[in-house]
Ligand binder design. Structure first.
Ligand code: OSB
Ligand code: MG
Length: 378
């Protein structure tokens, strides 16, 4: 696969409903799409970096600049045997996993199309349908949250995850459990607590949660291990797991019993597979996290979720929960049993809606060998 050109596109897309976590609320997303052109075939991906450096230090501007100035130049003109070979070429750049993942994943998409294979099989997937859960943000009121949960349960989702933070936690969980004593329920703190909240966090044990996700600092493993020893509830790490080495340390230290894999956070499909395989060997179940993706990133999450150790429902849910109109055809849909089936056409099985993408594009830049050409507007 010869890498001929790399195109970046920024789109602006309003969310149907705001999404609020312990680090803030968003009403719309700036979306960064990456296209690689290899031997005349286009591979597509979505960079999951957000509008601001809050979930991680990466955001859409650092990703754009890092791809343009450092990552694309090492790939352009290279003849790759496999998409995964791109990871070692990009490794001289420290960090910037979401930027790297966008490039590597676009190459996987191109490779799957070139080999006429479904992406999920190329990744090593074995499941032909995946289990879906939903992540529900902090709402304006407790009543609004309960209504949302009711809607998602009626749609068939297999697991409900709610965002928590101090002031929006124990009473919220108590209300949910009162109304639905049996559902698979978890919560995600996005680093909203500290070790001296131990007495408070121990009260989460009352609610038979499947897990509490990332209670402490985004870069911590050690204090999570100390906390896990004090909790009955399983800790799941998200932000702290940036690569397979982190997963290995976390498991050996007993910092979690479950791991959330986000392909952007770990730097691409090859590292996501490495985290998956390590967890499988150590008996730790994984599930696929989400970053409010459009159908392009979502389709990649679906494909990844077919690997055999994705044993818990992921945050991979239907396009229509987020978008008025998604960028792919068909949109990502979830069955009444809370599953997404995978199909066998080459690539992701979801076609790109080029006209819609062009309409929503506010900035684009193509990197091709020496000179970069840049245009503003659609
Ligand atoms: O921590 O899992 C998270 C969204 C943005 C940033 C971080 C997270 C999330 C979600 C949403 O929980 C998952 C989704 O529905 O895509
Ligand atoms: Mg999380």
């Amino acid at each position: 696969m010869k890498v001929e050109a790399i195109t970046l596109r920024e789109l602006c897309m309003p969310l149907k409903h705001f999404f609020e976590t312990s680090f803030g609320r968003i009403e719309s997303r700036r979306v960064l799409l990456v296209t690689v052109l290899c031997d005349g075939i286009e591979g597509w991906s979505e960079c999951v970096a957000a509008d601001g450096p809050f979930f991680s230090y990466e955001w859409i501007e650092t990703a754009w600049a890092t791809i343009r100035d450092f990552l694309a130049p090492v790939l352009i003109g290279m003849n790759l045997t496999r998409a995964k070979d791109s990871a070692s070429l990009m490794s001289r750049v420290r960090g910037h996993s979401m930027a790297k993942a966008a490039l590597e994943n676009a190459l996987w998409d191109a490779e799957a199309k070139q080999l006429q294979q479904p992406l999920w099989k190329l990744l090593g997937g074995t499941l032909n349908e995946i289990a879906c859960g939903v992540s529900i943000g902090i709402q304006n009121s407790r009543e609004q949250l309960l209504e949302k949960i009711e809607t998602e349960l009626a749609a068939g989702y297999q697991r409900i995850k709610v965002k928590v933070k101090p002031g929006w936690d124990l009473d919220v969980l108590a209300k949910i459990r009162q109304r639905w004593p049996q559902i698979l329920l978890s919560c995600d703190a996005n680093s909203a607590y500290r070790p001296n909240d131990l007495d408070h966090l121990r009260k989460f044990d009352e609610f038979q949660l499947l897990m509490i996700e990332q209670p402490l600092w985004d870069d911590d493993i050690y204090q999570h291990a100390a906390l896990q020893r004090q909790l009955k509830t399983s800790i799941c790490l998200d932000e702290s797991i940036r690569q397979a080495r982190d997963a290995e340390q976390a498991i050996e230290m007993g910092a979690c019993r479950i791991i959330n894999i986000k392909v952007g956070r770990v730097g691409g499909f090859s590292e996501a597979i490495a985290v998956h395989d390590l967890c499988q060997q150590r008996g730790i179940p994984v599930w696929c996290g989400g970053m409010l993706e459009t159908g392009i990133g979502r389709a990649h999450n679906v494909a990844l979720s077919t690997l055999p150790n994705f044993r818990l429902p992921g945050d991979v849910s239907a396009s229509k929960r987020y978008w008025y109109e998604d960028l792919v055809e068909p949109e990502v849909e979830v069955s009444p049993r809370g599953t997404i089936g995978v199909s066998d056409p080459p690539g992701t099985g979801y076609a790109i809606k080029g006209d819609l993408i062009q309409k929503l594009t506010v900035r684009t830049e193509t990197i091709r060998g020496r000179a970069a050409e840049s245009t503003s507007g659609a």
